[in-house]
Design a protein around this ligand. Structure first.
Ligand SMILES: NC(=O)c1ccc[n+]([C@@H]2O[C@H](COP(=O)([O-])OP(=O)(O)OC[C@H]3O[C@@H](n4cnc5c(N)ncnc54)[C@H](OP(=O)(O)O)[C@@H]3O)[C@@H](O)[C@H]2O)c1
Length: 245
């Protein structure tokens, strides 16, 4: 995968939904997918940010985009069912689903985690992924081959002091990916997880306020692994965890 070279039209004809597409890695990925020919569905909670990405995609004059405003903290199962119905009606299938949006919560001693914050992190980072995946599987099944990509972290398979609810949520994310990959092993749906590694975004700055962010990779610099996993090059790959760096 490290030798993968993005081909200019490798996502043509594909419709891809990205959560947290208004900022950070999700925004960069949405723009990259559009540049490579995909129709991108931008899901996020701040409409103005999604509109700005939409405008940038429209300016490419290459492909379509759509905005799906949704706060993953409060969305109900019905919201996800309605969303899946809309995608099936408008696009007929879904080729890619990227679970990118996450909430960091507050880093600190485990015994001091507020129950309300724990619930919020689990709702955004775990329950929302479960509900979104569950509702979209029928639409993903309509694609010739569909890639479902979960976002993990260095603390998603190795616990670390003070990373509390966020770390637990990423362990759950990797577990969800492995269960789905096993259940759909003999299908045309593939499930993988990607760890972006230290990347220059708002979340990273919140986790490490004192570090020199100019030394970090930009989101654009880690796009290769994401595009590989969304392109047909990775059709046979499922149940794996990738480091983007
Ligand atoms: N950056 C890193 O170094 C790093 C390292 C390891 C893993 N990751 C993972 O990579 C992914 C992207 O991280 P990032 O650094 O790009 O984060 P980011 O800059 O904080 O962006 C997160 C995005 O998720 C959206 N989001 C957050 N809560 C949401 C909610 N309740 N409903 C809908 N959308 C929501 C945000 O929308 P708003 O802007 O509207 O709030 C934003 O667009 C995350 O899963 C993160 O855990 C990042």
């Amino acid at each position: 995968m490290n030798k993968y070279q993005m081909q200019p039209d490798c996502l043509i004809g594909k419709t891809i939904l990205i959560t947290g597409a208004g900022a950070g890695i999700g925004k960069t990925l949405a723009l990259q997918c559009a540049k490579l020919g995909a129709t991108v569905i931008l899901l996020g909670k701040t409409v103005s940010k999604l509109e700005a990405v939409y405008d940038q995609i429209a300016a490419l004059d290459k492909c379509q985009a759509a905005i799906l405003p949704l706060d993953l903290r409060g969305a109900t199962e019905q919201h996800y069912k309605d969303l899946a119905d809309t995608i099936q009606r408008e696009y007929g299938k879904l080729d890619g689903l990227v679970h990118n949006a996450s909430q960091l919560g507050v880093l600190g001693p485990f015994a001091q985690i507020e129950k309300a914050l724990w619930d919020e992190v689990m709702q955004t980072n775990v329950s929302a992924q479960y509900l979104l995946t569950k509702s979209l599987i029928p639409v993903l099944t309509l694609a010739e081959a569909a890639s479902i990509l979960f976002t993990t972290s260095a603390v998603g398979n190795q616990g670390r002091a003070y990373w509390g609810a966020y770390s637990v949520s990423k362990f759950a994310t990797e577990g969800m990916m492995q269960i789905l990959a096993d259940e759909y092993e003999n299908s045309h749906l593939r499930f993988n997880a990607i760890n972006p590694g230290a990347t220059r975004t708002t979340m990273r700055a919140n986790a490490y306020p004192a570090e020199n962010s100019s030394l970090l990779k930009t989101a654009q610099q880690i796009m290769g692994s994401y595009i590989y996993l969304l392109s047909d090059e990775s059709r046979a790959v499922t149940g794996q965890r990738f480091n983007a760096q």
